[in-house]
Design a protein around this ligand. Sequence first.
Ligand code: ADP
Ligand code: AMP
Length: 226
Amino acid sequence: MKVYVMVGAPGAGKGTQAAILAERLGLRHLASGDLFREAVRSGTPVGLEAKRYMDRGALVPDPVVIAMIDERLDRSDAAAGVILDGFPRTRPQAESLDAALARRGAQVDAALYVGVPEEELVRRLSGRWICRAAGHPYHDVSRPPRVPGICDIDGSELYQRDDDRPETVRARLAQQLEPMYDVIDHYTTQGVLVAVDGTQSIDDVTQALLRAIAHPARPVNRSEAA
Ligand code: ADP
Ligand code: AMP
């Protein structure tokens, strides 16, 4: 089972790239935010709990997130491999993911960090539109749909997320960047972090990620170095 993890601030382009890479590499794209939005729409207990945090731009508590992803990894459509988008977002989530994958004889093959400065994140989130059916992301300026208001891929209606309003965007950035750096640190220590410049065009970011996946920097093993 191949496992890639997208790491990046809200609005960095994780969902955009995860969808493209999943298609190219034949992997399942699993976005924790999409799973929570689906749970909120269906009014499940997880959805009701998650909504309290999402509305404030806060992170949903680790146990809730971890249980949801662990259950999702057991479904047959995840068997060939997954691109995780939006998870893990904290160090405990990253450690739980390692354990959950180890139980399945797998590990994180690469953590793909898409770096974008904060003022650009605000611009991206305020112009973002996503589709009702599957959360495919668009942008007023950088990635407009072919037909205004309609998803190119599945024809569903586009809408703007409540938490993409400027005040919630500021709250999300204030609360979610710090734990993201712990996740980066976790994967750097493991030697699986790949960082790409997320300010490039969508196509150039994809090319950089594909190159990084094809030629991972192999950490030097102590016995080889000696
Ligand atoms: P994330 O999943 O990290 O929150 P998204 O993939 O939803 O981010 O992207 C946020 C917004 O920025 C979307 O409106 C998307 O169309 C746009 N976007 C994504 N990648 C780029 C890019 N490389 N350049 C310009 N805009 C981008
Ligand atoms: P996203 O679509 O990834 O921007 O996620 C939307 C919201 O869902 C976030 O602002 C959090 O409230 C919640 N969420 C998504 N993924 C996680 C996660 N891994 N840990 C905690 N909260 C999450």
